[in-house]
Design a binder for this molecule. Structure first.
Ligand SMILES: Cc1cc2nc3c(=O)[nH]c(=O)nc-3n(C[C@H](O)[C@H](O)[C@H](O)COP(=O)(O)OP(=O)(O)OC[C@H]3O[C@@H](n4cnc5c(N)ncnc54)[C@H](O)[C@@H]3O)c2cc1C
Length: 404
């Protein structure tokens, strides 16, 4: 007996058309959609869930890691800074960056890094409103399941939602699914994270008249790295089992096991204090690194303090004080597909660098560059780097760092 079926051939309606289709509404995708819309493109943002923000909101990863180098200098600007402000527009839950937002001294800025903790629900709704104000078509409950290619271009992305199966035709596509799903469907070269993912299940709880974030399964830190100045000092591993994050069956097992451990944790705490109650739990598998594009350039963590002529923004290492990186545009594009960019967790970096680039502020940096490039130039080989950089500078992005 064969272990597969042959589906009937079908005609799929083109439901929508646009200039830039952003697949995935996490921080990378939101930044890409904002940037593309601000640069005049007709944008559709496709999101599988019914809330924006991805891991940062539905996953309750509510810590906007630093946009400074830990030595008192701001490093990331543009949308990375703008979204940080938006995330605490109605108040920070914790880590209000007073020294940075209210004329702090250099010493205060060294002691307290430029980071914050936001409310996930408020941030998600603010991002949605911002996109709607920019005229972005936000399409919820819609999963990209395939692409239709014409030669080395994506002609359309096939989606499934409550209406069934349809296609969106777009001049360019930005893969911000976190798992490089579009790259995979388009048969672009990809790589998977060798060390896989540990279990985590963050949740909010109520105790002593306050709501707190419990970073259950907080850290998956690589040996030798610490988290200076970010407040994420406690390392907690809840299971040694590792998950790729790329297999449907395995993902369910991962979420069930993580919730089981979380539930035990809650019950233990509750036994000690009956007032201890969970308020909200993460609603996505908490995967850090899964699949990425193999781009024109694959950046490594050893390339700190290196000048890149095609830099699209500067970023720091959230785990350490000091290191600063310029991100080459070539990490956002590959050789195989002419109208495909990547943003967020999908960019082309080595496994060691991935731990630095996967975090919220860096996803905003890459999203802004991908969205701007797609809107201004369309195909990846038409991008005029100098022109793109001029536009990014006009958007308050800093491209190069003065390395001492
Ligand atoms: C346990 C854990 C702790 C972390 N701690 C921190 C921290 O303290 N601070 C920090 O800054 N970062 C932290 N991170 C990293 C950070 O949260 C994420 O890497 C970052 O938010 C990723 O953004 P993204 O937009 O690239 O991807 P995601 O947030 O994964 O967004 C992808 C979006 O695409 C959607 N999607 C996926 N596939 C499809 C599809 N086929 N079709 C349509 N939509 C699709 C998803 O629903 C999701 O909304 C942590 C991550 C984990 C797992």
């Amino acid at each position: 007996m064969t272990s597969y079926i042959i589906e009937k051939e079908r005609k799929t309606d083109i439901a929508l058309e646009c200039d830039v289709l952003v697949a995935g509404g996490g921080i990378g995708g939101v930044a890409a959609a904002i940037a593309a819309a601000r640069n005049g493109a007709k944008v559709i943002l496709l999101e599988r869930e019914f809330l924006l923000g991805g891991l940062a909101t539905l996953g309750l990863i509510t810590i906007y890691l630093p946009i400074c180098d830990g030595m008192g200098h701001q490093i990331s600007f543009g949308l990375a800074e703008e979204l940080l402000h938006l995330s605490i527009k109605h108040g920070a839950e914790k880590h209000y960056p007073k020294a940075w937002l209210e004329d702090g001294t250099q010493e205060e800025r060294i002691n307290k890094r430029f980071m914050t903790q936001f409310n996930p629900h408020i941030f998600a709704i603010e991002m949605e409103q911002m996109l709607l104000d920019l005229g972005v078509h936000v399409l919820y409950g819609s999963v990209a399941v395939d692409v239709k290619k014409e030669g080395d271009r994506i002609d359309s992305v096939i989606i499934e939602n409550k209406s069934g199966r349809s296609a969106i035709r777009s001049k360019t596509v930005i893969d911000s699914t976190g798992d490089s799903d579009i790259c995979k469907y388009a048969e672009a070269e990809t790589a998977v994270f060798k060390n896989k993912n540990g279990l985590a299940s963050w949740y909010y709880y109520y105790e002593q008249s306050e709501v707190h974030l419990k970073m259950f399964g907080l850290a998956d830190l690589v040996e030798g790295h610490n988290t200076q100045g970010t407040g994420n000092e406690t390392v907690e591993v809840i299971s040694n089992k590792r998950y790729t994050g790329l297999d449907g069956l395995e993902l369910s097992e991962m979420v069930i096991n993580a919730r089981h451990e979380m539930f035990k944790d809650i019950m233990e705490k509750k036994a000690k204090n009956p007032e201890y109650v969970p308020v909200t739990i993460s609603n996505l598998p908490l995967v850090r690194m899964t699949r990425r594009l193999c781009g024109k350039y694959t950046m490594d963590d050893s390339e700190m303090h290196t000048y890149f002529e095609d830099s699209i923004g500067t970023i720091c290492d959230w785990r350490k004080r000091g290191p600063v990186y310029e991100l080459p545009f070539r990490c956002l594009i590959g050789d195989d597909i002419k109208n495909l960019y990547v943003a967020g967790r999908n960019i082309s970096v080595t496994d060691a660098m991935w731990d630095i680039t996967r975090v919220i502020p860096v996803c905003a940096v890459t999203g802004e560059a991908a969205g701007t490039a797609a809107a201004l130039y369309g195909d990846v080989d038409k991008v005029d780097i100098k022109g793109l950089q001029e536009q990014l500078l006009a958007q308050n992005v800093v491209l190069h760092h003065k390395f001492e």
